[in-house]
Design a protein around this ligand. Sequence first.
Ligand code: TXA
Ligand code: MG
Length: 318
Amino acid sequence: MIAAATDENIRNAAKIIAAGGLVAFPTETVYGLGADAMNPIAAAKIFEVKNRPFFDPLIVHIPDMSWVGRLAADIHARAAELMKAFWPGPLTIVVKKNGTVPDILTAGLDTVALRMPSHPVALALLRYAGTPVAAPSANPFGYLSPTTAGHVEAQLGGSIDMILDGGPCSVGIESTIIRVDVSGITLLRAGGTPVEAIESVAGKISTAENSPAPQAPGQLPYHYSPHTPVKIIEDISEAVQPDSGLLSLYRPEDVKKFRSVEVLSEKGDLTEAAAGFFNCLHNLDAAGCGIIYALKLPEEGLGRAIMERLRKAAAKPI
Ligand code: TXA
Ligand code: MG
């Protein structure tokens, strides 16, 4: 089921995609569950396997800029500028789509989310497949995203054709999603490209919270949730339930009261914290705790994206 990402296996994976199958593959952010984006039946299998509602559109992954012109209706100059600055890399850009993009991918919206990943295995797969690849994170809908091939195998192993193993994902959280249109640039999901980096190129951007109709995963009240309930705390003294787990940026001094502790970065580095974030939550979820306490992180750089995910995880009804 899991296949090392050798050139031969990547070519086989590309054949599976071209034939309408499903392949999980590594990207720099998280593992994706890929299907031929131009084949609506293949794309429908993604929704089925993930148990994903059809109103939640998919990101289309492309290997080079030629596909932008083939999938988008018209590209705003500011979108082109951001593609140039951040691709390949963890930034997804929502633009007006053209008539070739199947409606199932975009949940009937007139826009399409485009992403050029930087992971060499992902890029090779996209080139060999010769078609854009629709890929959500390779997890059951609403659950933690996978950052290793083992995470994918544990959740979806039985129901997909192949898992390409390219090792742990280096960024560790999903791409940042922005929409670019005549009204400007709107942040739809914080992610692997820090907002500060985008603003250094494009100037101040607005956030979807301010827009009347929410348009991204942020609109769902909860997401990215382990099976174990999550509670965000500001101080370790708030962790009062026995048999609990702790997720913390730094290593706290006294951790005896916890059943299991995961430290995101011994030196408090938020980029390192993002890289290990989902893996730490997978570990805590497997540890059999009654609750996972998560100590608040600073909301700057990738800390913003981590906190957005923690809030969604904590919003799951118990
Ligand atoms: O890093 C990533 O982006 C990963 C890897 C595999 O590339 N993919 C990923 O996909 O996180 P997914 O499906 O888990 O999250 C994509 C989100 C969807 O929840 C959807 O709301 C939003 O992207 N999206 C897709 N198309 C959109 C569109 N046309 N307008 C607004 N939001 C869109
Ligand atoms: Mg996802």
